[in-house]
Design a binder for this molecule. Sequence first.
Ligand code: BES
Ligand code: ZN
Ligand code: ZN
Length: 503
Amino acid sequence: MDIKTIAAPLHEQDTDAVIAFLFADNQLHSAAKALDEALNGALTELIEAGDLSGEAGRVLTFYPRGAIAARRVIIVGLGSVSEFSAEALRRAAALGLQRARTLKATSVAITIAGTGRGGLSIADAAQAIVEGGLLGLYRYHGYKSKAAEEDNDNPQSITLCVYDDVDIAAAEQGIHIGRTMVEGAALTRDLVNLPPNVCTPPYLAQAATEMADEVGLKVTVLEKHQMEALKMGALLAVAQGSDTPPRFIILEHNAARASELPTVVLVGKGVTFDTGGYNIKTGEGMRSMRADMGGAAAVIGAMRIVARLDIPLHVVGLAPAADNMISGNAYRPSEVITASNGKTIEIVSTDAEGRLLLADALVYAARYKPAAVVDIATLTGSCIVALGTAAAGLFSIDDTLRDKLLASGEATGERLWQLPLFPEYSKTIETPNADMLNSPGNRFAGVGASAAFLRNFVDYPAWAHIDMAGKMQHDKDNPYDPGPFASGYGARLLAEFVRRWTQ
Ligand code: BES
Ligand code: ZN
Ligand code: ZN
């Protein structure tokens, strides 16, 4: 897709469609006003007739019949000025471009809205429009034997129109960031959408390697014998029930400058399918478990963005990947296993497997002497009970790290909500038989117990844990999150966090 910026008004564009935006107070300003004038007051008339309104979610298509060069005018509501944010603009842009696609418009011009009364900078507005628009046009192609007709109907060219001595360079920078964010999030979505017989640990490692080669990241993939040499007994206990071998994926940005730059490590849970093991899930519970590598996919997507934006930090992405299956060799409840830091774990539930992968990865992260470590995982149903699908849970032992993550979630629309690390939660995983249990004996605060568990493997001052179980699936009420299954949650969030760590 060709995306460019020009300093010219929307109504001069000779495209299949032009897209403009309107706030809920229906006041025609700047681009919309100029468009209305070029249309001899048609928009004013539509507003007065009650047919056009700027309420959030409203989209109106209008056929200008020669008054301007474009074939169609699409007006999208932004909602109220007081509630406006980049998130509102992302959603509106998605609705506008989806309408253009439905109408088979191959060339589209869009005005960069939100900078005047909306209060966004030109760069942020351009980024939000590109990000929301392209995320909204995302499609997963799947494995239909006959390609769908709709597969290639995305607009071919998008022109962002700016004028009134706007800083074109800033707009172009915003577009670049937006496009890069979408490429990362789309990779995350693709990986999560894939069926579990395709997206196995070796496949995930292969996909990460191809991406790394494309964008210039260093990549290392550890195989089972290397994990054995590192004594990763927790990860290996989970992996041993499957005929498909595990992989430990390591992506590195600025590897050659590791000694001079601060290091940030991102860790993602990569359970390519979670049956629950001998603590087997129900059919219903298993239905979405191909998304149990959503954390790993988020880290891989984020690393792509970090590389493309060339963030001036040493950034490491770790993705421990394994299947959680049942077999004659699968691990069982009551077994005691030993993680790579020597700590022993008594298994209560083979379904609390993600924290076992993360344990060995968090231990591995310490070798980089990191300034910050953030892990992300579809870790507990308990987090969904606590927060629903409205936010991912955030635990942090460092307030600066927490604040940067919360701000990143706010900026990207990938919301986080802090949950406590009370000492009581550590008590719930005490056992006479080992250093800890892998899950508590009772069903209270399971999400807190999971974070308390992970903390046993953290040996650096700034660590945060994100439980994205409620966020792995797409949100049907969000226009730029069209599914059909994966949300792509975490890629933009983590990349934005890394950007903010430099500031
Ligand atoms: N992958 C699941 C968590 C999950 C559940 C993610 C539903 C998304 C939707 C995880 O491995 C798991 O099974 N956790 C258990 C932990 C329990 C056994 C302590 C859970 O949440 O029930
Ligand atoms: Zn599980
Ligand atoms: Zn799991």
